[in-house]
Ligand binder design. Structure first.
Ligand SMILES: NC(=O)c1ccc[n+]([C@@H]2O[C@H](COP(=O)([O-])OP(=O)(O)OC[C@H]3O[C@@H](n4cnc5c(N)ncnc54)[C@H](O)[C@@H]3O)[C@@H](O)[C@H]2O)c1
Ligand SMILES: [Zn+2]
Length: 242
């Protein structure tokens, strides 16, 4: 297998997607057939879906909280935490996952681009998001203690924008200029934004690009290196720490 060299000049940005948590037992949306209760998952993961049926949305996220609380990081998560310990500030992990498994594996420099399953915020007022592991009883929608509005999961839903501060942190890391830039995407198709946008940006900056994914990439030509397989098996063997 090709080896990703992580030496004293490497500056590594890793982007992870749902595939990285699949081996922990957290299904990808595609793994669920894109369906939940036989309806497109977008219906419970979009602002429209929340307006139409907040009870359904909370049932979905309460189930996901229950599911994610009972799983554990896999060797793929652990490998990324080890790379970070080796590289320090020359490492940044941007994740599209909301399950918190990277942090539980020891990752510290993490940008949660799609939010966090264990945070809740008000859909109505500007109160900051709060930690929340509650599995709400069927049929309920929690209310904001400050304004009485409906609380919602702190998740970036389909059709919503990513946080500017998160994008800024990734942009700064990319353009920092020190060391040799490397980008690795894992468990994400690589064909959709932001993976696709990031790989193009890194190429423009002259960086090296890697993709580790189970399914073949739809944009193979964009990544310099593609390693096909399961991230929990491949990531622990991929890097040479020098
Ligand atoms: N664990 C989570 O937090 C989680 C799970 C599902 C969805 N989501 C959210 O929904 C969004 C859409 O997710 P999605 O599920 O449609 O993504 P997706 O299905 O498009 O992407 C998953 C990718 O991972 C690959 N994959 C599957 N198993 C893998 C493995 N073991 N190793 C490596 N690659 C593997 C698949 O080939 C696929 O390309 C995500 O960006 C995320 O915000 C989060
Ligand atoms: Zn409120």
């Amino acid at each position: 297998m090709k080896s990703l060299i992580l030496d004293s000049s490497t500056r590594l940005l890793v982007l992870t997607g749902a595939g990285v948590s699949a081996e922990s037992g957290v299904p990808t949306f595609r793994g669920m057939g894109g369906l939940w209760e036989n309806r497109p998952v977008e219906e419970v993961a979009s602002p429209q879906g929340f307006t139409e049926d907040p009870v359904r949305v909370w049932r979905f996220y309460s189930q996901r909280r229950e599911g994610a609380a009972g799983v554990h990081p896999n060797p793929g998560h652990t490998a990324l935490a080890e790379w970070e310990r080796h590289l320090g500030d020359r490492f940044l992990l941007a994740t599209q996952n909301v399950d918190g498994l990277h942090q539980r594996a020891g990752s510290q420099r993490v940008v949660e681009m799609h939010g966090n399953l264990f945070k809740t915020r008000c859909s109505n007022c500007e109160r900051p998001p709060m930690d929340d592991t509650t599995v709400y009883p069927e049929g309920t929608v929690p209310r904001c203690g400050a304004c009485g509005g409906s609380l919602r999961p702190h998740i970036v839903w389909f059709g919503e924008n990513l946080d500017e501060a998160d994008l800024g942190r990734i942009g700064e890391f990319l353009t920092r200029g020190d060391g040799k830039l490397v980008f690795l995407a894992a468990g994400t198709s690589g064909a959709v934004w932001p993976a696709a946008g990031l790989v193009d940006q890194v190429r423009k900056l002259g960086g090296e690009t890697w993709l580790v994914n189970f399914d073949p990439p739809e944009n193979a030509e964009r990544f310099r290196h593609f390693v096909q397989g399961r991230s929990g098996e491949l990531l622990p063997r991929l890097a040479t720490l020098a």
